[in-house]
Design a protein around this ligand. Sequence first.
Ligand SMILES: C[S@@+](CC[C@H](N)C(=O)[O-])C[C@H]1O[C@@H](n2cnc3c(N)ncnc32)[C@H](O)[C@@H]1O
Length: 242
Amino acid sequence: MRLAKLPGESTRGFLERLRDAVLLRISPAFRERRRLEKMVGPTGVWKALERYQVGCLKALGLRPQHHLLDIGCGPLQGGIPLIRYLDTGRYAGIDIRPESIAEAHRQVRKAKLQAREPFLAVSETFGRDELGERTFDFFWTSQLLYHLDDDLAEMCFTQVAARMRPGARLIGDFIPTDGPSERRSDNWQGFTFFHRPFSFFEDLATRHGMHMLRHGKLRQFGYPVRKTYSLSDNELLEFRKK
Ligand SMILES: C[S@@+](CC[C@H](N)C(=O)[O-])C[C@H]1O[C@@H](n2cnc3c(N)ncnc32)[C@H](O)[C@@H]1O
């Protein structure tokens, strides 16, 4: 194995890369963790992101008796601790990618949480075709909203609005910009990034009979802050029916 410091790379960054390269070679557990992390995004912060997801929702009022829909749930980084926290049958997770949901089922079995009866489904319609008559108190869109184009964002809000119990909230983060909405050419696993002004979500909320609350940056809720994880600067929003 040959690794050299890259131009402009800090010593700390190089040492982390070196450590990861060694662990990837010698530790099956590390390889497995890395495989899962790549299905979500940032690497090296799985536990911190688990804590962030549950801590954030609890801080905003989630209680064990609430019904929660995790939209874009991925391989259940937040889902597993949420299933543990919520009462039986209260967690539902949907994702557009079949491989995410297959992995989610695996993670539930691995954590021996089948008795908590989480509902998991592949959905291209934000649950329209899969969730039947289910309604929810919390809708969680972690690291998802900035991958939705205008039409998908509209569909997401339509589905959420139709399934809101009295007092329900939709909570999620987005990448802010001071300018107009902007589609970035970079993508993550085929998903585009959209940077949005606050007004994009204010307008969306108004069209769906909701009002919007700003909760500040993700770092205030424990999202890990690293030079490479600028998502900690994402803004957290809450939407409720008027
Ligand atoms: C960055 S990952 C975040 C996963 C998870 N929410 C978390 O924070 O740990 C984005 C997830 O959203 C899913 N996704 C993207 N577009 C979607 C859509 N239109 N409907 C449902 N899921 C979607 C992806 O498959 C992926 O699992």
